[in-house]
Design a binder for this molecule. Structure first.
Ligand SMILES: [Zn+2]
Length: 227
């Protein structure tokens, strides 16, 4: 009896979230890929805006003349509308990370949809532009997210810095991203060509504690670009 229930829960989650997440994350089904002719890296920052770190990050990006994409939480956007306005006015792209940092695997489809639309409303009220780029927390999806593809552009990442758990500061993050970039270049020439030829790499960073990274981060010898 108990064993049967465990199997039912496992099969439910297999169909509800594991298979869709695999299809989207590994096979790229429905993932938005920007096209560009120049080799470049698109910097993306998740989880903000943060009153302590986001202004520092925006200052740094302004000094470097670099544009980035911020996947923000609707709840934080409500608290810090000036930071969202500043992102927009300084030429950065504001995308959605949903309203709270909750996994789509643990939410009903209608709750994902409702909170996503509410977050888009919040940002549209601040910037005047309705965001369409969307990256769910942890890159976890559920099967009903395939229905969102018609309305939102799902954006993932090519490299993650794991900077939220990095001890060792900026140098360690920089080494990690440049190292990953070099390994990809050496071991996957075909993939590398795809990335340098048409599609920008997306370096995933976090808008909390990434002090001083954007200017020196990935990958050496590449330009930075926005979507
Ligand atoms: Zn996140």
């Amino acid at each position: 009896m108990v064993e049967g229930m465990i199997w039912m829960v496992f099969i439910f989650y297999l169909v509800y979230t594991l298979v869709p997440t695999f299809l989207i994350r590994r096979l790229g089904y429905g993932v938005f890929k920007s096209r560009t002719e120049s080799p470049c890296a698109a910097l993306t920052f998740d989880d903000g805006p943060d009153p302590q770190y986001t202004p520092q990050l925006l200052d740094l990006l302004a000094r470097k003349g670099t544009r980035a994409t911020f996947f923000v939480l609707g709840a934080k956007a409500e608290h810090y509308p000036d930071l969202i306005r500043r992102m927009h006015e300084e030429g950065h792209l504001v995308g959605l990370h949903n309203y709270m940092h909750h996994s789509n695997a643990l939410m009903t489809p209608w709750k994902v949809r409702r909170t996503l639309e509410h977050s888009a409303d919040v940002i549209e009220r601040i910037t005047g532009i309705r965001p369409v780029h969307y990256r769910p927390p942890w890159g976890v999806f559920n099967v009903f997210d395939f229905l969102l593809i018609r309305k939102f552009r799902i954006v993932l990442w090519s490299m993650a810095a794991f900077d939220w758990r990095s001890r060792g500061g900026t140098d360690k993050i920089k080494r990690k991203l440049i190292g990953k970039s070099e390994r990809r270049r050496r071991h996957s020439p075909a993939r590398q060509r795809r990335h340098t030829g048409r599609e920008p790499r997306r370096a995933g960073l976090y808008d909390r504690g990434t002090r001083g990274c954007a200017g020196g981060c990935p990958p050496a010898g590449h330009l930075f670009c926005a979507y």
